[in-house]
Design a protein around this ligand. Structure first.
Ligand SMILES: [Zn+2]
Length: 241
């Protein structure tokens, strides 16, 4: 197993420890091996388990974040409507973005352990993948895949993949499509702390700067608790994790 990630790797500033999959996605090597095993099992069950998003760099997350904070990118609410960002206070803007997007440096997608998946076998021709709540809800396009994944997880046969955002707990919205390789991501989660983030956000790596930074830092502990930490029981303990 690879050693613990260093600060730059945890923040998505360095991807040299990752391997490139045939479809172009980047993951840690052990995660890729486990994913291939899960993919094979899914194939045997009639699904084409595919990756919509895997590793995401700090700079990519910064572009998404600043785009939403500046109004250049739309921010959606729970019903899929557009949030009128220009009318909101800085604090309300911050929480509207955090519902669906992570602050650069805090994304689980920085680690090479987490990925968003879908079933390529049921995609209608020309269908634009959305990763929306509707797609994964009962009766939705990808519900059968996720029911199968739920069964594998319950049986301890999901090759180490579990759901950190299975439920809506009032922070990040439920993301049934987001899987995390628990044997490596639990360590990453424990090592990301406020001091590490502050070093990053005040360093050269943010270029022109992180928008809403003062608002973030005014309530960093609260934000980390509500939007970054995941509950104790998100993956089974005592299973070699
Ligand atoms: Zn995700």
């Amino acid at each position: 197993m690879a050693g613990a990630l260093d600060r730059r790797q945890l923040m998505g500033l360095d991807d040299s420890h990752l391997v490139t999959l045939p479809d172009g996605n980047l993951l840690q090597s052990a995660v890729a091996q486990a994913f291939f095993a899960l993919q094979t099992a899914a194939h045997e069950a009639g699904f084409e388990l595919a990756i919509a998003s895997s590793f995401r760099s700090f700079s990519r997350q910064l572009a998404i974040w600043n785009g939403k904070a500046s109004g250049a990118r739309p921010v959606y609410d729970d019903e899929g409507g557009t949030v009128p960002m220009a009318q909101l206070s800085a604090r309300d803007k911050l929480h509207a973005i955090l519902r669906f997007s992570a602050i650069p440096g805090t994304s689980r997608h920085h680690w090479g352990t987490d990925l968003d998946v879908f079933d390529a076998a049921v995609m209608p021709r020309g269908y634009q993948l959305q990763l929306s709540p509707q797609e994964v809800a009962p009766g939705g396009l990808f519900d059968p895949l996720h029911c199968w994944l739920d069964e594998r997880m319950a049986a301890g046969e999901s090759h180490g993949f579990y759901r950190p955002y299975a439920d809506d707990r009032g922070g990040v919205a439920a993301e049934r499509w987001h899987l995390s390789y628990a044997p490596l991501s639990t360590d990453c989660a424990q090592r990301c702390d406020a001091a590490m983030l502050a070093t990053c956000w005040h360093g050269d790596e943010v270029g022109d700067g992180l928008l809403l930074r003062e608002e973030i830092e005014a309530d960093l502990a609260g934000i980390l608790k509500r939007y970054v930490e995941v509950p104790e029981g998100w993956c089974p303990s005592g299973t070699g994790l």
